[in-house]
Design a protein around this ligand. Structure first.
Ligand code: 5GP
Ligand code: MG
Length: 178
């Protein structure tokens, strides 16, 4: 198996770049069709979504715009991660059809905060496009409109996802071996 070592841990290929490309292609086709009469504003959540956003946007053929946001998280304790600050967002959101671009949705906590912020800014509509989704970890009721690939609860790296800063550049998605 194709493996890679990042810091102290070893990871093996789990989802190939070809599989990712197929999933991204399908999402782009659906978005192109669903938003044919609109001009969506894509909001890519940094850092993790940079590769997904880049690949997806090259396949979007309808008039659209993209902007980037960063959610700063402060964990008070080891168990509760709170996301409470937003870096970016100079664009006017009011009346826009927003499509959030995420690398992965896990518990959904990050996403919920962003959705609430966009609602406060009076977006006309909000949809979510995520490359990866962990349905077993998801704690929210809100359905996700565009899911690339569903995965289990394993820790993944590559294609934008990092392990302590490493691995974001990997073209395939890897899971931890040891
Ligand atoms: P949530 O708020 O949905 O629980 O988690 C969102 C964030 O947790 C993601 O944007 C990502 O940064 C991180 N995350 C969740 N699962 C994984 C994973 O398997 N690997 C990596 N590298 N990050 C993850
Ligand atoms: Mg993220």
């Amino acid at each position: 198996m194709n493996t890679v070592k990042l810091h102290d841990k070893e990871f093996g290929v789990f989802i190939s770049c070809d599989e990712i490309a197929q999933a991204v292609n399908k999402l782009a086709e659906r978005i192109n069709a669903d938003y044919a009469s609109k001009t969506p504003l894509f909001v890519a959540v940094l850092n993790g979504s940079f590769m997904f956003a880049s690949d997806l946007m090259k396949l979007i053929h309808i008039p659209s715009e993209i902007t980037f946001v960063k959610l700063a998280s402060y964990s008070g304790t080891a168990t509760t991660g709170k996301v409470n600050e937003l870096i970016g967002f100079n664009e006017s959101i009011e009346g826009r059809d927003v499509i959030i671009l995420e690398d992965i949705v896990d518990t959904g906590i990050t996403l919920e905060i962003l959705v609430n912020l966009l609602q406060d800014k009076k977006a006309n509509s909000i949809a979510v496009a995520t490359c990866l989704f962990k349905p077993k970890a998801y704690t929210k009721k809100r359905p996700l409109e565009y899911v690339g690939i569903e995965v289990g609860n394993e820790f993944l790296v590559g294609y934008g996802l990092d392990y302590n800063g490493r691995g974001r550049n990997l073209a395939d998605i890897y899971k931890i071996i040891k």
